[in-house]
Ligand binder design. Structure first.
Ligand code: GDP
Length: 701
């Protein structure tokens, strides 16, 4: 089947929002209106559509799908189907514990709609996500939602975007009325006013610009046109000459500026009251990029390491990034992927360049709001899911087996919080292993490990809520009941010095003996490097076959830790000498020798405990500043910066995670409930001696 939609008519977008700003409601409306527009002529009775919406809400699958495909024809094209576009809506979660999810969606989407609560304006989480979007240079439009709510203010919300997020924001619409009088919007470029009639706001009706708004509209329109003109010399010249610039030109130049991250248009509405969402969709088509508007994706040749680029074209060799593995109750494991270049066909083989494995493309599915569509092939710039991949996990590159490439990786932070988890019954025990394994496959920031001493299972992740949700999913999706302990900080261990040590495992009394003997050197590595094993054995002092076994022994010792059973990281281990016995040497003996030697060497190399340090930002009214900073100091926090926001002080600090349990409550009482904060993992660093002692004695969680 040939391409249904030219790549220029494809948009891969995400809706980003603070929890409660209305992301779910906006997404529902998007799927509703796009469903209606796509089916115009087929489904006509309001009832059918409504039923569909109710059903969807009950099933709730649409919004949680990693990517949902829908279709939209801009309203200003009067729904002329030749202008129909395909929109792939990529799910982005709102809570801080899921920043990694936000990051991975940002990696594969081309543009974003950022939704704000029209009463609260910019909230802390919006700032974090905004900075991530800056990092990935994602073009954005803003949608100020909930203008029907009591206390809603477009002006204040817009100002908070300008003050706290970007000076590039500019209104592209103005609301007509507010709160219970909120009726519609003025489109500043078109210089027209609209209201949303009908049960679901589906009948967009042009109305006169209210008399009392005329001055305000004129000023805002001029400001917008001027900002647009700044991005194009010809338009600027025309503007300065006082010429009327036609709408098509304004839209074209604005599109270029949004894609170039120079302007962020701000729209508004009320998703709940069915106002404004269709124009937001128009703006997605009009101003957010198609895959072809963006620079080629970069990667490297897995053999030579040479940098390679792939442009978004069907003619290029196939390259794609798997960005989410999901378990679907009907089809099993789905690998959602973004196709960057080329075409992938059902039944063919692709190469997983990250894992070095061939994979068969069993089936390809596209997820829609109310069904899933099996397709034969997926073209460049699109998003879909492959069923039945065996070795592929999140972040892997899939490519043409003959034209291999590894795309830039999505980097995931290390888990910083762990809890012990214990199955409630024997039956739960068996299922728990499978469940945790499945969940870990889906989520690269979630880990499962066994405590080497007690045999208990420890799960670790990005935050308390992250782990709560995992435990909850285990119960709901896999029927496993478990008891969990208190959250613990995921400490690590490392060494600060160099040392050498010998490891011998020799048993030679009666029967077949055991003989393993190695000398190891350990050295600290830069933070975040992990583990490096070097083999400097020469002249067969130890036969090649025993070297991997030695490395395995070292790895096991790393996992056990030196001081307090936390995993050892950032070390280089060199195997440089040893001996063997013709008959008695075995892999098992060398494994034990490797483990003994590492433990010995590490003990002599100034071992230390590493603790996770979090980056936090606290917002408080100036009156509470002293108390809040005092409290942070008492938590071994380092204040890194103080700045001002209208009516607020902003404190940037770094604080050890172990001191942050229960901080939300403390901050509330230190600021009479008026402070707020965000927190994210920053780095690991050695814990001070007195703290390390408490950790070793098990007195600090
Ligand atoms: P999410 O957490 O960002 O997904 O937000 P939801 O879509 O679940 O919305 C949070 C709450 O705000 C819900 O109670 C919604 O009904 C409500 N809400 C969403 N949009 C609007 C709106 O435009 N106006 C009003 N008044 N409430 C809204």
């Amino acid at each position: 089947m040939p391409r249904q939609y030219p790549i220029e008519k494809t948009r891969n977008i995400g809706i980003i929002a603070h929890i409660d700003a209305g992301k779910t409601t906006v997404s529902e409306r998007v799927l509703f209106y796009t469903g209606v527009s796509h089916k115009i002529g087929e489904v006509h009775t309001g009832d059918t559509v409504m039923d569909w919406m109710e059903q969807e809400r009950e099933r709730g699958i649409t919004i949680t799908s990693a990517a949902t495909t829908c279709f939209w024809t801009p309203t200003y094209r009067a729904h002329d189907k030749t202008h129909e576009h395909r929109i792939n809506l990529i799910d982005t979660p709102g809570h801080i514990d899921f920043t990694v999810e936000v990051k991975r969606s940002l990696r594969v989407l081309d543009g974003a709609v950022v939704v704000f609560d029209g009463v609260a304006g910019v909230e802390p989480q919006s700032e974090t996500n905004w900075r991530y979007a800056d990092e990935y240079r994602v073009p954005r439009i803003c949608f100020i939602n909930k203008l029907d709510r009591m206390g809603a203010s477009f002006v204040k919300s817009f100002q908070s975007i300008k003050d706290r997020l970007t000076q590039d924001a500019i209104p592209a619409q103005l609301p007509i009325g507010l709160e219970s009088d909120f009726k519609g919007v003025v489109d500043l470029l078109a210089n027209k006013a609209f209201s949303f009639e009908g049960e679901h706001g589906e009948a967009i009706t042009e109305i006169p610009i209210p008399e009392e708004m005329k001055g305000e509209v004129e000023a805002a329109r001029r400001a917008l046109i001027e900002r647009i003109a700044e991005n194009d010399d010809e338009t600027m010249a025309a503007y300065l000459d006082g010429k009327e610039i036609d709408l098509a030109t304004l839209r074209r130049v604005l599109r270029k500026a949004v894609i170039g991250n120079k302007i962020v248009p701000v729209l508004c509405g009320s998703a709940l009251k069915n106002k404004g969402v269709q124009f937001m969709l128009d703006a997605v088509i009009e101003y957010l990029p198609a895959p072809t508007d963006l620079p080629p994706v970069k990667g490297h040749d897995p053999k030579t390491g040479a940098e390679i680029e792939r442009t978004a074209s069907d003619e290029e060799p196939f390259s794609a990034l798997a960005f989410k593995i999901a378990t679907d109750p009907y089809v099993g494991s789905l690998a959602f992927f973004r196709n960057y270049s080329g075409v992938v066909k059902r039944g063919t083989y692709v190469y997983n360049a990250t894992k070095g494995a061939q994979e068969r493309v069993g089936r390809i599915v596209r997820m829609h709001a109310n069904d899933r569509e099996e397709v034969e092939e997926i073209y460049a710039g699109e998003i879909a899911a492959i069923v039945g991949l065996k070795d592929t996990t999140t972040g892997d590159t899939l490519c043409d087996p003959d034209r291999r490439i590894v795309l830039e990786k999505i980097t995931f932070p290390e888990p910083v919080i762990g809890i012990r988890i214990e199955p409630k019954t024997k039956a739960d025990q068996e299922k728990m292993g499978t469940a945790l394994h499945r969940l870990a496959e889906e989520d690269p920031t979630f880990r499962v490990a066994g405590d080497p001493d007690t045999g208990e299972t420890i799960i670790s992740g990005m935050g308390e809520l992250h782990l709560e949700i995992i435990v909850d999913r285990m119960k709901r999706e896999f029927g496993v009941e478990a008891n969990v302990g208190r959250p613990q900080v995921a400490y690590k261990e490392t060494i600060m010095g160099e040392a050498e040590a010998e490891g011998k495992y020799i048993r030679q009394s009666g029967g077949r003996g055991q003989y393993g003997h190695v000398w190891l050197r350990v050295k600290p590595l830069e933070r975040g490097t992990g583990f490096v094993f070097l083999n400097e054995i020469k002249g067969g002092v130890i036969p090649q076959e025993f070297i991997p076994a030695t490395e395995k022994g070292v790895k096991e010792a790393l996992d056990k830790g030196i001081l307090a059973h936390y995993p050892v990281t950032d070390v280089e281990v060199t195997l440089y000498d040893g001996s063997f016995h013709e008959v008695d040497s075995s892999e098992a003996a060398f494994k034990i020798a490797g483990s003994i030697a590492f433990q010995e060497a590490a003990k002599r190399a100034k071992p230390v405990i590493l603790e996770p340090i979090m980056k936090i930002q606290v917002l408080v009214p100036p009156d509470f500043m002293g108390e809040v900073t005092g409290n942070l100091n008492a938590k071994r926090g380092r204040i890194e910066g103080l700045s001002d926001r209208p009516g607020l002080k902003v404190i940037d600090a770094q604080v050890p995670l172990s001191e942050m349990f229960g901080y939300a409550t403390e901050l509330r009482s230190a600021s009479q409930g008026r402070g707020s904060f965000t927190m994210e993992f920053d780095h690991y660093e050695p814990a001070p001696a007195n703290v390390a002692q408490l950790i070793i004695e098990g007195k600090k969680r």
